[in-house]
Design a protein around this ligand. Structure first.
Ligand code: UAG
Ligand code: ATP
Length: 487
């Protein structure tokens, strides 16, 4: 039997001052968790973690049995049936409940999480609130970027980030809450002041058994213990269902004229952004604007203002802050090198997003809409023909190409898109090499046309097999435009 020693979470004895899932990132004083279902189960890396300064371990019975004896002699092990279920609460406690010190806004939904969180962060900052943001684009703490890999980081990383936010004086944090995070307990230990639901469409069917399972995961955010108030988009069918089944108080929003607590009215859509008036629950009216085109971005912006308002901030100041804010990297980002047609790089990589993006662009041109599109490997294959069908229905020329094929055969992924696109009416071309596909689209464009390069947005790489090759659509478009413009 190992020596049983006290492990303290309150600063005395062998104190736990942090929590980590990675033996490679141990800071002396950390508790190291080797989670079931991961390579670290059985605390495979426990010896490395202890050598690096871990003072305690967390695992389950099976993990304990498999752990090396000499490690067990050196540090106490916390053994629970489901370590993931305690990890978030534990991390929150160890870091001193930092989330409770800030106004927390959590945003979930299939589309619009990144856009809405970034708009909220920009609007908060413009309104004079020290803001933090966590999501697909990484983390930003009072304006300082911190690289994070997941949309919603694992709980130990998340609470550590919150602790830094608190230290830097962050008053409000807007963060994306993915369905993976809800299922995996990554936001355990956080009670959001406001939980926002944007919409629900087909996504992550490689992780969830079906759309209902996916919806249930999202809906779990709208329960006591996870949030105090829901803010729900009633323009979305699943949003209306959520209003019925949420077990926390709910406020609603609509950007399309439905009855709701928060409304966007007098919407004026323009190619580079839109203006509108936010009507708050008390009937007060606040002029607002969003520097991104499309009706769906009015919904995203309305959600951002309403979330900040419900979190206790002045909606007038937040709405005014939004109007002067910046766009969001990789979201309807224009690339202009003096060419006579428009090029837009957008992160649309799911059916609803492709549809929303193409519907937004169509009225902006009297010319043709050309789209470069692919679909990721090792992810829900069912969405591929749907995306192909949407592209061929809403664009004039579709260039089917590769987009992170990962370990799948890229040609087979393209075939699935092509099968959907065969219904037309657009002209369809297949060009596997993404750079050549972009070149093909740019060379086909005539004055006044719009080229949409869909799928990667802000991403800086193309994953082929296990290797991520540098590839940024925005840079490639710029490089290829040099040839086209100079022709
Ligand atoms: C496919 C997947 O879910 N992978 C998850 C998995 O990563 P992994 O492949 O490294 O896991 P593993 O090999 O089973 O276990 C490795 C474990 O050993 C540890 N380790 C490893 C080596 C070592 O020397 N020492 C050590 O301690 C690692 O820190 C890790 O904890 O376990 C990690 C730790 O729990 C997760 O962070 C990771 O999420 C990955 C990165 C991921 O991409 N997940 C996706 C599916 C995801 O969560 N996406 C959502 C949705 C985004 C959206 O809405 O589009 C998100 O929130 O990002
Ligand atoms: N409210 C919306 N409704 C429909 N489509 C949207 C909406 N907001 C954004 N989009 C489209 O979806 C793409 C991704 O947007 P965004 O990154 O904000 O969503 P997300 O929920 O964070 O997505 P992901 O989970 O893939 O990171 C955008 O580039 C745009 O094409």
């Amino acid at each position: 039997m190992p020596d049983v020693r006290a492990v303290r979470l309150d600063g005395a004895g062998p104190a736990v001052s942090g929590v980590s899932l990675s033996s490679q990132r141990i800071v002396p004083g950390d508790l190291y968790a080797g989670l079931p279902g991961s390579r670290a189960h059985g605390i495979t890396f426990a010896a490395d973690a202890v050598a690096a300064g871990a003072v305690a371990l967390l695992t389950d019975d099976a993990g304990l049995d498999a752990a090396p004896g000499d490690v067990l002699d050196r540090v106490p092990v916390l053994v629970v049936p489901e370590p993931r279920r305690v990890l978030g609460r534990l991390a929150a406690h160890v870091y001193g409940e930092p989330a409770a010190a800030m106004r927390m806004i959590g945003i979930t939904g299939t589309q619009g999480k990144t856009t809405t969180t970034r708009l909220a962060e920009g609007a908060l900052a413009a309104a004079g609130t020290v803001a933090g943001v966590v999501g697909t684009l990484g983390t930003r703490i009072a304006g300082v970027e911190v690289k994070t890999a997941l949309t919603t980081p694992e709980a130990p990383d998340l609470h550590a980030l919150f602790a830094v936010m608190r230290e830097r004086g962050v008053e409000a944090c807007a963060m994306e809450v993915s369905s993976h995070a809800l299922v995996m307990g990554r936001v355990d230990g956080v009670v959001f002041d406001v939980a926002v639901f944007t919409n629900l469409g087909r996504d992550h069917l490689d992780f969830h058994t079906d759309v209902e399972d996916y919806f249930r995961a999202k809906a779990s955010l709208f329960t006591p213990g996870r949030s105090r108030l829901g803010l729900v988009n009633v323009d979305d069918e699943h949003g209306r269902r959520l209003v019925e089944q949420a077990t926390v108080p709910v406020r609603t929003f609509s950007a399309t004229g439905r009855a709701a607590d928060w409304r966007a009215v007098e919407v004026d859509l323009a190619p580079d952004g839109s203006t509108f008036v936010v009507v708050a629950p008390d009937g007060s009216r606040h002029p607002a604007g969003v520097p991104l085109p499309g009706a769906f971005n009015v919904a995203n912006a309305l959600a951002a203002v309403a979330a900040c308002g419900e979190a206790g901030l002045d909606p007038a100041r937040v709405a005014a802050g939004l109007a002067g804010g910046a766009g969001v990297p990789g979201r309807f980002e224009r690339v202009d090198a003096g060419q006579e047609f428009a090029v837009v790089v957008d992160y649309a990589h799911k059916p609803d997003a492709v549809e929303a993006a193409l519907r937004t662009l169509r009225p902006l041109t009297d010319g043709r809409v050309i789209v470069v599109i692919g679909a990721g490997g090792d992810r829900d294959p069912g969405k591929r023909p749907i995306m192909g069908e949407i592209a061929a229905r809403l664009a004039d020329l579709v260039v089917v190409t590769d987009d992170n094929p990962r370990r799948e055969d890229p040609a087979a992924i393209r075939q699935a898109l092509l099968a959907g696109a065969a219904a037309g009416p657009a002209e369809v071309r297949e060009v596997g090499d993404r750079r050549v596909a972009i070149r093909t689209a740019l060379e086909a464009a005539r004055p006044g046309d719009i080229v949409l390069v869909a799928g990667k947005g802000h991403e800086a790489g193309q994953q082929v097999g296990d290797v991520v090759q540098p590839f940024d659509d925005r840079d490639v478009v710029r490089e290829e435009l040099a040839g086209v413009v100079g022709r």
